[in-house]
Design a protein. Structure first.
Length: 618
């Protein structure tokens, strides 16, 4: 343990009790217990980069994190790194190690200015022996630590102190709307802000951020029972004020309109330069105009923030879906510790059923936070994430992939037409009519596509770069097309190694994953040979049809690889459709919608276990 890193601070006993009460684990503690903890504890602070617990040191104290963040690295007995994790407000550090007879296997370092309550082992034992409610809280914390490292842990952070920063007044209504939505979900949020035009609302406590430190502390004391505090401020405060603000909040919703981007970059660069760890707190919230629904590409902002949300307050335009209007609800998901992922599998034309799945989920208020797709799933998912209405996208694919008359006269003409589209690079121009030059980072939803690199023999997951190119790489099906050579890679269809990328979404932090599979079933007939009972009438089928049948079987066999981590699978039965029949996209979309609707009750029941208030009525 590096004791020189600790800096004792001297808050009032009342302030310490207030900060403790905000922590989830301490909410059931009575006043006597809180007073006993504050009398026994020290409040220490750490600078960014300072060590809190040194690996292989003796652990004789436990820390309860109040503000800031810390990075923890767990090692095994041989010194091999096993896992990394981030601790935020409310985390307990060192508690599990206190029960070990040997030295610590944990290295903990502050990634930003942090404060914590410190108890020695002697203090901890005395408090747990005397106060049953504190003893129970410690048992629960120990169990949570065990679950975090040993079991599958679905919990995501639920920030209790949320900062909202505005460059213009246009984003101010977001805060009130957010507070009301959280109240609908059973919370009791309160707002501390600098908006002098704020209209009083008897349901939502609000105070102006004015006066001296003592006045603010008295106010926070009044609000100690509130589990969610929103700090609502302008972006033009002094650098000192913004740094204090960043130190105290758990996350920041940094609201930006396209014209605000340069100013936001300058301010965030200054803040993140002083404390690099603050990047993990920052969430960009793009407020977009429906007339120009694609966010500008500002690479600096993506480097300065952990993630972003895109939303609009207006109604969607022609052929646009409702993703921007639902962006607000995705922010609520984030604050509630929910991240729903949807994996869309490959399956050529049968992948059009995904559009019906997407439509049904959206209509029933199950808003997806992240998408991943392979092959046809990459194409339908990216088109959807770009903002196109699912019904319109269905019409688009049906019209654009209609084989011309000459192909319709050939046996297996649909396959020959796909060969033509691939070899003449027609998919590029077709997709750009709807996506243009948009990059993956600009899409309304985070989208990941899966391809395979023939050089390394490994899947390649794309989440940045040209969106159309990401689709082309994922749908690039040999031998209909040649590998796409890019950045020392030879990229082909992702279905060869991961046909339904649910595992990709789990790796990205989704704590509930839905998989849409159009290859879960495989018809046991080929070109009607079994149906007709006579293979002689089918001798003229083309080599392409044989190859596509092989790929269909490959997709069927590979379905279990990526889908295994999924929590829920929607499997539209589209085996009656040929995999080249894009002209029947609307029929397959209907099956996808119907299948989703039929399984909705079961899906909602599972989601309610993740958040019973958010998915109430399940």
């Amino acid at each position: 343990m590096d004791h020189s890193a600790e800096k004792p601070v001297s808050p009032t006993t009342e302030r310490l009790q207030i900060e403790l009460r905000r922590l989830e684990w301490a909410k059931e503690l009575n006043e006597d217990t809180l007073a006993a903890i504050t009398n026994a504890a020290d409040w220490v602070s750490f600078r960014a980069g300072e060590v809190v617990i040194e690996v292989e040191s003796e652990i004789a104290q436990v820390y309860f994190l109040i503000t800031g963040r810390m990075q923890a690295t767990l090692y095994d007995s041989l010194g091999k790194e096993m896992q990394q994790d981030t601790f935020a407000r409310g985390a307990v550090i060192g508690l599990f190690s206190l029960g070990l007879s040997d030295r610590s296997y944990l290295q903990v370092q502050a990634t930003e200015p942090s404060t914590a309550v410190r108890l020695t082992l002697s203090n901890l034992l005395q408090l747990t022996a005397k106060h049953a409610d504190f003893q129970l809280a410690m048992f629960r914390l120990s169990a949570n630590v065990f679950k975090r490292y040993v079991m599958v842990n679905r919990s995501l952070p639920k920030p209790s102190v949320v900062g909202v920063v505005h460059h213009t007044a246009a984003s101010r209504p977001l805060v009130g709307r957010l507070a009301h939505r959280l109240r609908e979900l059973g919370e009791s949020p309160c707002i501390l802000g600098d908006d002098e035009q704020w209209k009083p609302d008897e349901d939502i406590p609000f105070r102006l951020l004015v006066g001296d430190v003592e006045e603010r502390q008295n106010l926070i004391s009044e609000w100690a029972s509130h589990r969610r505090l929103l700090f609502d401020i302008r972006a033009d405060h002094s650098e000192e004020v913004m740094k204090r603000f960043m130190s105290y909040v758990d996350i920041v919703l940094w609201c930006v309109q396209p014209q605000d981007a340069p100013a936001a970059v300058l301010l965030l660069e200054s803040l993140v330069k002083s404390v690099p760890g603050w990047r993990d707190k920052i969430r960009i919230v793009w407020l977009l105009d429906n007339n120009i629904p694609i966010a500008p590409y500002v690479p600096e902002l993506y480097e300065l923030a952990e993630r972003d949300f895109k939303l609009s307050m207006g109604a969607p335009g022609a052929h646009q879906g409702s993703l921007l209007q639902h962006g607000f609800e995705r922010i609520v998901h984030h604050l509630r510790g929910v991240q729903i992922g949807l994996a869309l599998g490959g399956g050529a034309a049968r992948g059009m059923a995904h559009l019906g799945v997407l439509k049904a989920l959206e209509q029933h208020g199950i808003y997806v936070d992240m998408l991943a797709g392979t092959s046809a799933g990459a194409m339908t998912g990216t088109i959807y994430a770009a903002g196109l209405d699912p019904e319109y996208a269905t019409e688009v694919f049906k019209a654009d992939l209609q084989p011309p008359w000459i192909f319709r006269q050939l046996p297996g003409g649909g396959y020959w037409y796909l060969l033509f589209k691939y070899r003449r690079n027609k998919f590029d121009s077709m997709l750009r009519k709807y996506i243009g030059r948009a990059r993956m980072e600009q899409l309304h939803l985070p989208m990941l596509t899966v391809a395979v690199d023939l050089f390394e023999g490994e899947p390649v997951v794309s989440e940045v770069g040209d969106a159309t190119m990401s689709i082309l790489e994922s749908i690039n099906l040999p031998p209909l097309s040649l590998p796409i050579f890019q950045s020392n890679r030879a990229l082909v269809d992702g279905g060869f190694l991961n046909n339904i990328p649910a595992n990709v979404l789990v790796a990205k932090g989704c704590n509930f994953v839905i998989a849409s599979s159009v290859t879960a079933k495989l018809e046991k007939d080929f070109l009607g040979i079994r149906s007709n009972g006579d293979s002689r009438n089918n001798r003229f089928f083309s080599t392409i049809q044989v190859i596509m049948r092989q790929n269909m079987i490959q997709d069927f066999k590979m379905t279990s690889v990526g889908v295994q981590p999924a929590d829920f699978v929607v499997a539209p039965d589209v085996t009656s459709f040929d995999i080249s029949e894009f002209t029947r996209a609307d029929e397959m979309a209907v099956i996808g919608e119907r299948t989703t609707n039929e399984s909705l009750a079961k899906l909602r029941k599972m989601l309610s276990k993740l958040d019973s208030q958010l998915f109430a009525g399940s």
